[in-house]
Ligand binder design. Structure first.
Ligand SMILES: [Zn+2]
Ligand SMILES: [Zn+2]
Ligand SMILES: [Zn+2]
Length: 105
């Protein structure tokens, strides 16, 4: 059972900030290694800003799909329109926020 923090409103990891039909992923902060549904939730609950996850750590599971409750790697998630496990569509707007969640360094 993976713990998801933040202000969740349902089992599929929607939160008070992002709760559209495709808002089903939680992301892990590199600093605290906790899953949050979004960086806003993280920053309300932690005393540090959300730290993006380094992309070279390809084996680390850093994305949690709320639809199938499985953890994904950055490669599993990035650039995909849907979850590779359960085919639930991801929010296409999330790609605009990649910089908040993943870093090249
Ligand atoms: Zn953190
Ligand atoms: Zn949130
Ligand atoms: Zn899934």
């Amino acid at each position: 059972m993976t713990a998801i923090y933040g202000d969740l409103i349902d089992q599929e990891t929607r939160c008070i900030d992002y709760h559209g039909p495709t808002d089903i992923v939680a992301l892990k902060c590199f600093a605290c290694q906790k899953y949050y549904p979004c960086f806003k939730c993280h920053n309300r609950h932690e005393d540090h800003p959300f730290e993006p996850y380094p992309q070279h750590l390809k084996k680390d599971k850093v994305v949690f799909c709320g639809a199938c409750q499985k953890e994904l790697t950055i490669e599993d998630y990035k650039g995909r329109a849907a979850c590779p496990n359960c085919d639930h569509p991801f929010n296409p707007n999330c790609s605009r926020h990649y910089d908040y969640y993943f870093t090249d360094s």
